[in-house]
Design a protein around this ligand. Structure first.
Ligand SMILES: Cc1cc2nc3c(=O)[nH]c(=O)nc-3n(C[C@H](O)[C@H](O)[C@H](O)COP(=O)(O)O)c2cc1C
Length: 307
């Protein structure tokens, strides 16, 4: 019997939907025992979020400041053979509940020396969050062997509108007759058990090195080349904005509200203005800087950290 530990967080069930489908082959196979642990912050994050609440979590998320969690229901003496971590990027970083889990003292005991597969669910930008995930896992001496991503397939501007309608109003279905349903598609969910089978097959052969290439070949990883540049800018600027806000006060404090509100206007405006420009530049990048562009895509398609 092989023991599989699944650590996950899901606010509205999007991440869980995708994760459930990936795990199906493990749960249907009697040789595996799947132990799931939902990470629960002591103070739950709201859903839908108010505009201020949404942007107020930005500094601590980017700075990786943990929140308090309910005690984990895990037997720490259990030796797990394979670990899944399912999470969402928040502001190009690992969402606070999962980053808090990764910083618990007992997490090292659970993850040390263990193969880990991450399952990401997001709008479309996960590269920066996964770099932070890689750093956490390296520090815990865990081995990242696979990454599966579920993204929204609409264009960046459309999904900016639909994600905001979703997180701020809870509106996931089509609206105003023009905007598509936000989030993971049924088609992607239907394909997901195949990713689980790939992981199982490689795990049973002891061929962990080739999990990722096989996942990539079967469409398990979504990298939007045209967003590389935009996300890169965000990853440089976000820590600066985060410091600017957190200098004024801690999460929820009245003193920093003005700065939070400014950020709440600046960020969507910047995306709206920059998105078309960066998209044009990004379309030229594969032509003008072909080698660099190819290297970047190759880098994010594998699981080690840049040296
Ligand atoms: C505070 C917050 C920040 C987010 N930041 C990002 C982001 O940086 N990149 C991205 O692609 N999606 C981002 N999203 C979208 C979520 O990753 C997405 O809505 C996810 O599907 C939510 O899954 P869940 O409902 O299972 O928690 C963000 C959502 C929230 C609530």
């Amino acid at each position: 019997m092989k023991n599989v530990l699944v650590i996950y967080y899901s606010q509205t069930g999007q991440a869980k939907l995708a994760l459930d489908a990936v795990l199906r082959p493990f749960e249907e196979n009697q040789n595996y025992h799947v132990h799931r642990v939902l990470i629960q912050p002591k103070i739950a994050f709201p859903f839908p979020w108010s505009y201020t609440q949404f942007f107020d979590v930005f500094p601590e998320t980017v700075q990786g400041i943990p929140c308090e969690l309910h005690p984990l229901e895990i037997d720490l003496s259990m030796q797990y053979d394979l670990i899944f971590i399912a999470y969402q990027p928040w502001f190009l970083s690992v969402c606070v509940p999962i980053s808090s889990f990764l910083q618990l003292p007992q997490t090292k005991k659970l993850l040390e020396g263990k193969p880990v597969v991450t399952v990401i669910n997001c709008r479309n930008m996960w590269l920066g969050a996964q770099e932070k995930m890689k750093k956490h896992l390296n520090a815990l001496n865990a081995k990242l062997v696979g990454n599966i991503t579920f993204v929204d397939h609409s264009s960046n501007l459309i999904s900016l509108i639909t994600v905001l309608a979703f997180v701020l109003n809870g509106k996931k279905e089509k609206f105003m007759g023009i905007f598509p349903k936000y989030g993971v598609t049924q088609k992607d969910v239907d394909r997901a058990p195949e990713y689980g089978k790939i992981i199982m097959r490689h795990f049973e052969k002891g061929d962990l090195e080739n999990i990722q290439p096989t996942l990539n070949a079967s469409g398990g990883l979504n990298i939007r080349g045209n967003l590389l540049l935009m996300e890169g800018r965000g990853r440089v600027l976000f820590p600066l904005y985060a410091n600017y806000i957190s200098k004024k006060g801690t999460q929820g404090s009245a003193q920093r509200k003005t700065r939070v509100r400014i950020f709440g206007i600046v960020l969507p405006t910047a995306i709206l203005i920059l998105s078309p420009i960066i998209t044009i530049i990004s379309r030229l990048a594969p032509i003008l800087a072909r080698k660099k562009f190819k290297n970047e895509i190759a880098y994010y398609s594998q699981n080690s950290l840049r040296g």
